[in-house]
Design a protein around this ligand. Structure first.
Ligand SMILES: Cc1ncc(COP(=O)(O)O)c(C=O)c1O
Length: 408
């Protein structure tokens, strides 16, 4: 990771986010991040000035077409997708993974196997389980109940010549550990299977690089990456070619991404996505919007997150009554999402104590229901999760810990 002296200071970074001037502490960023003013303003302006349908010959319609196309192009840069595939935009990641699985329902054969990670958010689990009714066989990539870890050996044990899909999270939204995506992809590709990666919990923290990783499908949620409530799904050209998208019969099969965007995309969301480039340019200190800008912007984010992660992990590790759910080290192979449980107090009571002090953290299974069960927790109470991104400050983490310490 490049750490540069020229990186913008935290106060300037925070000044881009209007919401951060409020007294509330935003430490529930894995649920959704705040947006820079440029993003909110662009959506507002778009709705006031350019809110017309696409693809008509008049000037305003041409402008909205450019905004929606531009949002796709910018997302391709963000994911490094341009040379290898296309990006579909949609309502949410859950919506996009379900749409994808529904497309595969028509493509799979009786007895094809689908490997599903037990560590996954339900968005990339449930849609694949549904394929059982179309003849697919589900094989579980189980977690180690003691650590929550999903090992490559456990994956290899459930792979076979019949495996068609391996669906897994790049980062579990509870555990915070970054999975070795290239290694998993190689295991899948060795038997000709495709990977469907849930990148939602990774994308706010590090630069996505679908080309380098060689993945087939990769989804994330723009509303957790400082943008609007939109989901994005990358697919390789070859992967799209095997499927028929859900859009209307007169939309050509190879009209990708549109064939996979039934009903189109939220135009004002596209305006927000397009505006995010200027925030990334600011972080990177560059005028261009290109891959270098994306990677340098995320390097800045990772550098600011690291001390937050260290504080949280350090505290949870040192506390005799806490069990961390997820890796107990604070290094660059995990993100600043930290989950723990207390030996006797409910996650609910701990979380509510912080909420009462206007600190936004959360308890529960966070839709990683099966993971909670696998590591021996009651999903209803789940974990206490604290999730930071680059705009959080060490002082905010300290304030949280000051509030939690007497409770814990
Ligand atoms: C890891 C992970 N995957 C998927 C999702 C679902 O994303 P969306 O709300 O865009 O459907 C979430 C949302 O919290 C998540 O954390």
């Amino acid at each position: 990771m490049e750490t540069t002296n020229a990186r913008p200071d935290l106060a300037t970074i925070r000044s881009h986010f209007p919401a951060l001037t409020q007294s509330t502490l935003f430490l529930e960023n894995a649920g959704g991040s705040q947006v820079p003013a440029v993003v909110a303003d662009a959506m507002h302006t778009y709705m006031r000035e350019t809110y017309v349908q696409l693809d008509a010959p008049y000037a305003l319609s041409q402008r909205s077409t450019q905004v929606v196309e531009g949002a796709h192009d910018d997302t391709k840069v963000l994911m490094n997708a341009g040379a290898v595939g296309e990006v579909v935009l949609g309502h949410s990641s859950s919506w996009l993974f379900r749409m994808l699985a529904d497309c595969y329902a028509e493509a799979i054969q009786e007895g094809d196997e689908i490997v599903v990670a037990e560590s996954g958010h339900e968005a990339n689990v449930g849609p694949w389980l549904r394929l059982e009714r179309y003849g697919a066989k589900i094989r579980w990539w189980r977690v180690d109940p003691a650590t929550g870890e999903s090992t490559l050996d456990a994956l290899r044990d459930v792979m076979s010549e019949r495996t068609k899909i391996v669906a897994f999270p790049h980062v579990s939204n509870l555990l915070g550990a970054i999975v070795d995506i290239e290694a998993v992809t190689q295991v899948a590709h060795a038997v000709g299977a495709k990977v469907v990666v849930d990148g939602v919990a990774f994308a706010p923290h590090r630069a996505i690089d679908v080309e380098a990783w060689g993945v087939d499908w990769y989804g994330y949620s723009a509303y957790k990456v400082y943008g609007p409530h939109v989901g994005a799904l990358f697919g390789r050209h070859e992967a799209f070619a095997e499927l028929e998208g859900p859009n209307h019969f007169f939309v050509a099969k190879d009209a990708v991404p549109y064939k996979f965007e039934l009903g189109g995309v939220a135009h004002e969301g596209a305006a927000g996505i397009l505006a995010l480039r200027s925030y990334l340019q600011f972080l990177a200190g560059r005028d261009e919007y290109d891959r270098r800008t994306v990677t340098e912007a995320f390097d800045v984010m990772a550098a600011y997150e690291q001390p937050l992660q260290e504080r949280l992990v350090g505290y949870a590790n040192a506390h005799p009554r806490l069990r961390m759910i997820g890796p107990d080290h604070a290094t660059l192979d995990r993100v600043a999402t930290v989950s723990f449980v207390h030996e006797s107090k409910s996650s609910e009571s701990i979380s509510l104590a912080a909420n009462a002090e206007d600190i936004g953290i959360r308890f529960g299974h966070m839709y990683a229901h099966r993971l909670c069960t696998a590591v021996g927790l009651d999903p209803a109470d789940g974990v206490v999760r604290v999730s930071c991104v680059h705009y959080n400050t060490p002082e905010e983490v300290d304030r949280l810990l000051d509030v939690l310490d007497p409770v814990l």
